[in-house]
Structures are given as C-alpha cells and as structure tokens.
Ligand binder design. Sequence first.
Ligand SMILES: Nc1ncnc2c1ncn2[C@@H]1O[C@H](COP(=O)(O)OP(=O)(O)OP(=O)(O)O)[C@@H](O)[C@H]1O
Length: 242
Amino acid sequence: MILLNNITKQFGKLRALDEVNLDISLGKSYALLGPNGSGKTTLIKSILGLVVPTSGTILFDGKSIANECDYRARIGYMPQIGHFPQNMKIGQLIDMMKNIRGEAIDIDDDLIRDFKLYSMYDKPMHALSGGTRQKVSAALAFMFKAPVLILDEPTAGLDPLSVEILKEKICAERGIGKVLLITSHILSDLDDLAGEVIYIQDGKVQYNDSIQSLKTDTREKRLGKAIASWLEQQQFISNVTK
Ligand SMILES: Nc1ncnc2c1ncn2[C@@H]1O[C@H](COP(=O)(O)OP(=O)(O)OP(=O)(O)O)[C@@H](O)[C@H]1O
C-alpha cells in the first residue's frame, strides 16, 4: 500500500533518514519505535509529503507521491503537536474541515461524541487545555474514515479514561482492516494496538517484523521487554564482532 524505496533525508549535515526501505501493507498495524531524534516523525512527514526526501521514492497504491496531494485524502493524520487557527472555535474548525473535504454527510463522529467535544463546540482553540487539543486532533484524524491512519504519539497528554477511549477506537479501526502506523514512547499502549514493529535508530530501520516474532525471538511476553532484550542482543553482537 505504501512503499518506501531507499529514502534518505538530509537536514544540512544531519542524515535524519538513511536509505529507508519499507513496505507498509494493507490491513496491518505498525508500531514505529525508536529513541528521541531517531527519525520517526521525519519518516511520517515524508509519507505525508510534508517533508521532501533528499533521495528515494515513496509509492502510495503503486503511484509515486512526488508532486501529488490527492492521495493525502486517504490518510487520517494525528500529529504529535496539532497546530490550529487559534481564534477558531472547535465547531468552526470541524465544519471547516468537513467543507474542505466536501464529504459533509458521511463522517465518523465517534470521537467527537465520546470525547464530549459537541458540548465544547463554542470554545476557541486558544482556550483549550493540551489534552483537549489532543482530543480535537484525534477526532479530526478519524473523522473522514480514511483507509490509512498515521498517529504520532496519539495518547500523549490524554487522561487515562480518554486514553482508553482512543485505544478502543484504534482497535476498532484495526479490526476493520485499516492500515495503522503509530508512534509512541508508551510501549504498553502499542502492545494492544499493533501487530508489526518497525524500530528505527539514527535514521536507519534496524528491525522490521511482527511483534510476535520479536517476542518469540527474545522469549519476552511484553513489547517493552522484548525491545529492550533485542537491543541488548544487538549491543552484544556488535561488541563481539568489533
Ligand atoms: N526541519 C528540520 N530541520 C533540521 N533538523 C530537523 C528537522 N526536523 C527534524 N530534524 C532533525 O532530524 C532528526 C530526527 O528528528 P525526528 O523529529 O524525525 O525524530 P523522532 O524520532 O520523531 O523524535 P521524537 O521521538 O523526539 O519525537 C533529529 O535530529 C531532528 O533534530
């Protein structure tokens, strides 16, 4: 569905992505993991066309995304930090998004309802708490029933009840076969939400396989422990081969 061929992104001297090859397949849910600054957001933004790779190609449904923007209507994106027009009210923002898409009738308003955003429609964005802004961001990402959902730290800043609401929604979308690409530093969240893991470090993909294989290989039951154990193994191999 989304194919990355030898993607490199250079910011001046810094290589944020280094010859990344990935095949993001229909019906699969991916946990995109890696330390701070490893290139996760750059990777996501490259798929969205918000960052232009220095070299390499990205195909969406077999077609290059270079100089294209129509494909983006098929991606629901929840950014790490949502930037919204500050004076706009929640209701105005949601209506504006509907008008831009021209798909006013068939929207998914589950999160607008479950996060109780209808009762806050008259609140301007600048007056919202960080968590409520995050809820608006989530509601917008899911609203247009896009077949691909890219969620950058979706649960960050949400209270525990809202985390559960969002996780249930993500699981439901996964259940109907959507493609999900999710980053989070809260690995216990991803254990329930993803079936595949992509681990990226210094802009390079270091691991790309199912979470089950990672757990079997490391004999660990939880994703967090499995990743830690795999990293230890890699460190050991690197030390003995020096
Ligand atoms: N617009 C930019 N200009 C220059 N450097 C950038 C830019 N965007 C990202 N970088 C650098 O690229 C590297 C990768 O950043 P990126 O935001 O992709 O990391 P990340 O894995 O998402 O990190 P985090 O987990 O902290 O969100 C970092 O060193 C970052 O400073």
